[in-house]
Design a protein around this ligand. Structure first.
Ligand SMILES: Cc1cc2ncn([C@H]3O[C@H](COP(=O)(O)O)[C@@H](O)[C@H]3O)c2cc1C
Ligand SMILES: O=C(O)c1cccnc1
Length: 350
């Protein structure tokens, strides 16, 4: 079975429901259109869930952790051991995403989909496909079969969280070097071989390392030659296991009519992969925030989405989406709790 066939079961969004929600919003006690983008979000949530009074709580946050072989080239400001150390920090509840996840009452889980060391701690979901990807400067990151395994793990992990009651899905990642991987993937998906505009400082690299990052990616693209029209080829040649896992999870959310709140740069690359596998997945996505990582701009253009907030954040882990989440809640509460002109006895427009 091809990947496209395997993930072909995404229903169309409910355009009729969207119209009903739109018409109902016109009856609420406010000047027409005055709640701006919240009104658009309410319509989109109606279309996604097929429910006139959708709910997004509790959200589910899935953080996928994996290492990147390319980290040995010195493209991050931090050592690669940080990936595993941050998984432990997550389990202790001290990562940024834990804090914002608690704030929004989220169901949270962390999945080892490819950390380069064994993490014995209880609490981490053990789904290691391999001990980190290969260094794509010198070899393919992983096999097609490993990409397919990672997609499938992401898919089933997300279905489990939906079973647990999650009404909106946020994907996060931990993986030292993954801004390099994401920039390489973005260039590959976009069919370009120069990446000057698509790279950034990730965890905060120096000018010298930034130049090295560009050279590493451009050389890797020339050597690996990923096929822009085959997302599995792009993942296997220059991708990451957590990026594949998040893409699989997004396909599951879409298949189950659960809204996806996309995070920053890395998460948007997963969104592009999910959309390349099944274009219908894009209709289930809302982008939470705009990352300070420069490549996010092009990634958002390709995804054809406008982020909800721009706070200059560049952490990943799902943090930007978690911070933006209350905006989705506002959209749902607007429909559920605002009075209509009729119920409140307020005179409507002349
Ligand atoms: C302490 C720490 C916590 C993080 N949480 C997310 N990231 C983020 O930064 C890394 C990507 O940036 P680069 O490509 O420059 O390595 C990933 O681990 C990503 O999840 C972190 C990075 C660090 C150092
Ligand atoms: O926007 C992101 O996803 C991001 C940016 C920098 C580092 N890690 C993640």
């Amino acid at each position: 079975m091809t990947i496209e066939t395997k993930y072909s079961n995404i229903p169309s969004i409910d355009a009729e429901m969207g119209k009903k929600v739109f018409n109902y919003i016109q009856t609420l006690t406010k000047p027409v259109g005055s709640l701006g983008r919240l009104e658009e979000l309410a319509v989109q949530l109606g279309e996604i869930t097929s429910n006139p009074f959708p709910t997004v709580t509790p959200p589910g946050i899935l953080v996928f952790a994996a290492d990147h072989g390319v980290a040995v080239e010195g493209v991050s400001a931090y050592p690669k051991e940080v990936t595993a150390q941050m998984v432990l920090n997550f389990l202790g509840g001290g990562a940024g995403i834990n804090v914002f996840g608690r704030q929004i009452g989220a169901i949270q889980r962390v999945i080892d989909i490819g950390v380069a060391s064994d993490i014995e701690e209880p609490g981490v979901i053990q789904k290691k496909v391999r001990y980190g990807t290969g260094n794509f400067l010198v070899e393919e990151a992983m096999t097609r079969n490993e990409v397919e395994q990672a997609l499938e793990i992401g898919f089933s992990q997300c279905e489990e969280v939906i079973q647990e009651g999650a009404k909106c899905i946020i994907l996060g990642e931990l993986g030292i070097g993954n801004t390099t991987t994401s920039s390489a993937m973005l260039a590959a998906l976009n069919g370009v071989d120069s990446v000057g505009d698509l790279i950034g400082r990730g965890t905060g690299i120096s000018d010298e390392k930034l130049l090295l990052k560009q050279q590493v990616i451009e050389k890797a693209l020339a050597e690996r030659k990923p096929n822009p029209s085959d997302p599995i080829d792009v993942l296997s040649k220059v991708g990451g296991l957590e990026i594949a896992g998040m893409a699989g999870a997004m396909l599951a959310a879409a298949q189950n009519r659960v809204p996806i709140l996309v995070d920053g740069f890395i998460s948007t690359i997963s969104a592009l992969v999910a959309k390349a596998i099944n274009p219908a997945a894009g209709d289930y996505m809302i982008v939470g925030h705009r990352s300070a990582e420069p490549g996010h701009l092009l990634a958002l253009q390709l995804l054809e989405k406008q982020p909800l907030i721009d706070l200059g954040m560049r952490l990943g882990e799902g943090t930007g989406a978690a911070v933006a989440f209350p905006i989705l809640q506002s959209a749902t509460l607007m429909i559920k709790e605002m009075a209509t002109f009729e119920s409140a006895g307020v005179s409507s427009k002349e």
